[in-house]
Write a protein that binds this ligand. Structure first.
Ligand code: ATP
Ligand code: MG
Length: 396
């Protein structure tokens, strides 16, 4: 048996909302670890302790917890009886099999009845570790921190710490609808919202069968990666080809991209009405491509009355790409595809579309009918993590 000890962002969880945040966090941990041999998830003073039966599952437990929002850091912790020699013996027996440049012991007593003070415990264990391995002690900048916690009935210890995703627990931030292309940016935008505790639904616009189905397959895979953080997702696949064909009939080429985007927002808003999403999210970053000037972003944004969130607006491509790599969406995003936006658009779209010109062009379109048709023919897919098959296998 072993435990995983998790710490959350203290400041964010203070105040009267704390019990609510904590129950959201423990619930999401339980769900994320479904199908694994976990015997308990409980919140104790300032931390959450997960008890697990099978240490062979630790790499999987670690991967799942590392993606969950609301966790600052966590560590595998082993148990020991409440006796200083027994604790020391167990720590020495489990020391990592690698060279360590320096270490320190950090002891904490939750129960002050233990007959040694924390510094005494640290010195005692530290001396033994140094004797056995010869590693130097460094109290200020140790490479390895060995944590020892003494509770009322037992002790546990851990080597170092894993970094969590940070942010706020799943389900504490409301519901949003992310416009998810197959590109690099929008999955990162969705992830930033999920990290702040939102649940995100997704809408992907495709021009299949005029173009290939690759963008849909990419969107589906991207949703799969993001679902490892939010555990359940719903994705809408909208046939955008018919909308684009109508636009092409009456709108001059330079304005098409802006009007495509406005139609996307209108359709997303209609779908958000079905799911209860409170805001729309896009992966726009200022100035990244010609269509993302402040003028165009403003004109596009005026197509919806919903709050429109652009979490990447001030980020450079390098920063966005670094996050995409870190969360695992990058390799999917760079697969080449036919984005529907490239359909019937000129090389040089308008960089400063005026709202008057856009509205005049849109007067030629039956906007409501186009939105209705798109919504009526939408395909919906849901994805769960862990996959439902796993849960059945685990007898749930
Ligand atoms: P991305 O990398 O997310 O595609 P981008 O820098 O390529 O972004 P655009 O292609 O101009 O920028 O798209 C801006 C935003 O509009 C996207 O981040 C996304 O939120 C939305 N969007 C664009 N195309 C689609 C699509 N086919 N389906 C859903 N949303 C889209
Ligand atoms: Mg794109």
């Amino acid at each position: 048996m072993y435990s995983v000890v998790l710490h959350y962002g203290e400041l964010a969880l203070k105040g009267r909302n704390r019990p609510w945040f904590l129950s959201a966090l423990t619930r999401s941990i339980r769900r994320a670890l479904r199908g694994l041999k976990v015997t308990g998830v409980r919140a104790t003073i300032g931390r959450i302790v997960v008890t697990c039966e099978d240490e062979a599952e630790w790499p999987e437990v670690r991967d799942r917890i590392a993606r969950l929002p609301g966790i600052e850091n966590f560590a595998l912790a082993r148990h020991a009886p409440l006796d200083l020699d027994a604790i020391t013996g167990r720590i020495v027996a489990h020391l990592p099999d690698r060279p360590v440049a320096s270490f320190r012991i950090r002891a904490r007593r939750a129960d002050k009845r233990f007959p040694f003070t924390s510094p005494e415990i640290e010195r005692h264990i530290g001396r033994h570790v140094r004797e056995v391995r010869g590693w130097p002690v460094d109290l200020s900048w140790p490479e390895l921190v060995i944590n020892v916690e003494l509770l009322a009935d037992e002790a546990y210890f851990s080597f170092g710490q894993e970094r969590g995703t940070g942010g706020l627990p799943l389900g504490t931030g409301g519901r949003v609808m992310t416009l998810l292309s197959g590109g690099i940016d929008s999955p990162v935008a969705a992830w930033r919202m999920i990290r702040r505790g939102c649940r995100s639904d997704f809408v992907h616009f495709h021009a299949y069968p005029i173009l290939s189905a690759t963008s849909q397959e990419k969107a589906r895979e991207l949703v799969g990666v993001l679902t490892r953080s939010q555990l359940w997702s719903r994705a809408f696949f909208v046939r955008f080809g018919p909308v684009q064909q109508q636009i092409v009939l009456s709108v001059a080429p330079p304005l098409r991209v802006v009007i495509y985007r406005r139609m996307m927002l209108r359709i997303a808003e209609a779908l958000a009405g079905q799911t209860g999403a409170q805001a729309l999210v896009t992966g726009d970053a200022l100035g990244q491509v010609a269509s993302q000037t402040i003028e165009n972003l403003a004109v596009v944004g005026q197509a919806t009355s919903m709050p429109l969130l652009r979490p990447l607006i001030g980020m450079d491509k390098e920063e966005i790409t670094a996050t995409a790599r870190q969360i695992g969406t990058y390799p999917i995003s760079i697969i080449s595809d036919d984005d529907c936006c490239t359909l019937f658009t000129p090389r040089n779209p308008a960089t400063r579309a005026s709202l008057a010109a856009v509205e005049a062009a849109e007067a030629q379109l039956d906007i409501d009918a186009l939105v209705r048709q798109a919504v009526d023919t939408v395909e919906v897919e849901t994805t769960a993590f862990p996959p439902r098959g796993d849960r059945v296998a685990a007898g749930e």
